[in-house]
Design a protein around this ligand. Structure first.
Ligand code: CA2
Length: 146
């Protein structure tokens, strides 16, 4: 079975409990539930992981080598700072899609730069929870149709 790792970075464990006007009212559990349901429909398996630690996210990306065929990542604040996550994604060599709940181009200037986008196949930003589902459909296309 084709497996996709869905990674979420720091503070996303607070989703649905703080700042709903920016990040929406869905929780991370809602996102994982919706992703698992769609994955089953389109012939994918998903593994879901959230961490507040950059090192744990790097280890999760390394762990995907050989066990997963694609990655969806919302690196959260590490998007804008992390050479380590960028290097891990590049080293893994798996097709990856970067997702942001909010539109990073409509916010503070420091959010407009992504360290990780260049090593991903594409970026979906500003579409809330749908961004994860669109990313899953995109990976299904890449992985099943080449
Ligand atoms: O829009 C996104 O998905 C972000 O990746 C979210 C990050 C932010 O640093 C990026 O610039 C854009 C922040 C995630 C923090 O999540 C929270 C959720 C609820 C309450 C507070 C923070």
């Amino acid at each position: 079975m084709t497996k996709v790792l869905i990674l979420n970075g720091p503070n996303l464990n607070l989703l649905g409990r703080r700042e709903p006007e920016v990040y929406g009212s869905h929780t991370l559990a809602d996102i994982s539930g919706a992703a698992a349901a769609l994955a089953a429909e389109i012939g994918l398996e998903v593994e879901f992981f959230q961490s507040n630690s950059e090192g744990e996210l790097v280890e999760a990306i390394q762990g995907a080598i050989g066990s997963c065929q694609g990655i969806i990542i919302n690196p959260a604040a590490y998007t804008h700072t992390s050479v380590a996550l960028r290097d891990a994604l590049a080293a893994a060599g798996l097709p990856a899609v970067e997702v942001h709940l909010s539109n990073i181009y409509g916010r503070e200037d420091f959010r407009k730069t992504s360290m990780t986008a260049a090593v991903c196949r594409g970026v979906i930003t500003g579409l809330g929870i749908d961004g994860y589902l669109l990313a899953l459909r995109a990976l299904a296309g890449i992985l099943h149709e080449g």
